[in-house]
Structures are given as structure tokens and as C-alpha cells.
Write a protein that binds this ligand. Structure first.
Ligand code: COA
Length: 189
């Protein structure tokens, strides 16, 4: 099996573009991470992943009108992912003023097509709080299925571990098919 992950390709959705997180974008992602996590800084191991493999494991969302980076999705491999052949969606974040317009779902879909191009990956895993309706709905719309529900003591929240099977995305890439929603995002397949 070939364990290579390609660089995230560019995709467009409305007036936003998704692209690989290059080294010059790292500081923007770190700033957004701090906003998302109430001032907490990204830990050393994830920081290294971002710097060394950001182009393969992180995508940034750019507002094409202002050239501002308004969101990101960062992926990495936990022990469970290595065992189960998945990659973990560690964070997906959009600045509040850009939410609820379909961008978050489109950016996650872009990442699913990206990872569907890696033959060694079966799926993408994600942890979502049950009270995070936008994130939960977005994941469900993309094909994520709940694997287990649990209570996270550190967050004091009910959460769900979800996995999205990459096979349907792979089939679409192979057959050159696109569903209606994908038509808005260019570079697939
Ligand atoms: C989670 C997040 C990435 C979703 O992106 P988004 O662009 O806001 O979501 P979308 O516009 O694509 O909407 C996804 C679905 O959720 C629904 N939705 C959006 N906002 C909602 C809200 N506030 N409450 C309930 N449902 C909502 C939408 O209607 C849509 O479902 P539908 O297509 O079936 O109608 C974004 O809201 C965000 O960055 N949130 C803060 C960070 C976060 O929670 N990250 C995820 C951690 S697991």
C-alpha cells in the first residue's frame, strides 16, 4: 500500500476558495485556532504537523474579495485512526460572520474528496458535541455516521464520534460524477 498524501488542491465555492495551508498561512491558522479555542494555543505536536505537513493535512478558506483567511480545517492521525484506517478532522473553523452560508459543508466536502484520493484511507473521523447543530448537520449531510456517543468530562458535553466512509467519494472521482452541490465547487474530480 502506498501511504502518500498529495497536496490539497484548490477549489472554489461562491466567493471563497479552499487551498492547501502553505507555510505563509500558518500564522493565520494559529490566530484562528486561538479564536476558536478561547485563547488557547495550538499544542506543539499539532503545530509541527501544521508546519511540516500543512499543505497535505490542512486547508484554508480565503475570502477572494478581501484575500483574508476566514477559516481552516486541520486533519491528523490519532492512534484510533491509525488502527482503523481513518484520518481525524481535528478542527474545522469559520469566522462567525461566514457561518450558515454552506461554506463549512463545502470545505469539509473538499477535504473528503482530497482524502478520497488516498488509497490507504477508509474514512474520515470527527468528534462533535451534540449541541453543535451546525457541525452535526453538516457532517450528516456529507455522509458521516455516528459510531459512538459519549460524555466528554473535560468539555462537560455529550459528544459523538462519527466516521465518513470515503468509498462513495472515491466512486464519484472514478466515475467523474458530481452531485448537484458539488457543481458549485470546481476542481472535482
Ligand atoms: C461548524 C461549521 C464549520 C459549519 O459550517 P457552516 O458554514 O456554518 O455550516 P453550513 O452553512 O454549511 O450549514 C450546515 C448545516 O447546518 C445547518 N445550520 C447552520 N447553522 C446552524 C445553526 N446555527 N443551528 C442549526 N443548524 C444550523 C444548516 O442549515 C445546514 O444544514 P442543511 O443544509 O441541511 O440546511 C461552522 O459553523 C463553524 O465554524 N462553527 C464554529 C466551530 C465549530 O464548531 N467547528 C466544528 C467543531 S466539531
Amino acid at each position: 500500500m502506498f501511504y502518500r498524501i498529495a497536496k490539497v488542491t484548490r477549489g472554489d465555492y461562491k466567493s471563497f476558495c479552499f487551498s492547501a495551508c502553505s507555510f505563509r498561512n500558518v500564522s493565520s491558522v494559529l490566530n484562528l485556532y486561538q479564536k476558536f479555542h478561547d485563547g488557547k494555543k495550538l499544542g506543539l505536536s499539532k503545530n509541527l504537523i501544521l508546519r511540516l505537513a500543512g499543505e497535505k493535512l490542512c486547508l484554508v478558506v480565503t475570502n477572494k474579495q478581501t484575500q483574508e483567511i476566514v477559516g481552516y480545517s486541520l486533519y491528523y492521525f490519532n492512534a484510533r485512526d491509525r488502527k482503523e484506517g481513518t484520518v481525524h478532522e481535528g478542527d474545522t473553523y469559520l469566522l462567525p460572520e461566514y457561518r450558515g452560508q454552506g461554506i463549512g459543508t463545502a470545505q469539509r466536502r473538499h477535504a473528503l474528496y482530497h482524502f478520497a484520493r488516498c488509497p490507504f484511507l477508509k474514512g474520515v473521523s470527527s468528534r462533535v458535541s451534540l449541541n453543535n447543530h451546525a457541525s452535526l448537520k453538516s457532517n450528516e449531510n456529507l455522509g458521516f455516521k455516528p459510531i459512538e456517543r459519549y460524555f466528554d468530562r473535560s468539555m462537560n458535553e455529550e459528544r459523538v464520534y462519527m466516521v465518513c466512509d470515503l468509498a462513495p467519494y472515491r466512486t464519484q472521482i472514478r466515475d467523474g460524477q458530481r452531485n448537484k452541490k458539488d457543481l458549485e465547487v470546481r476542481d472535482y474530480p
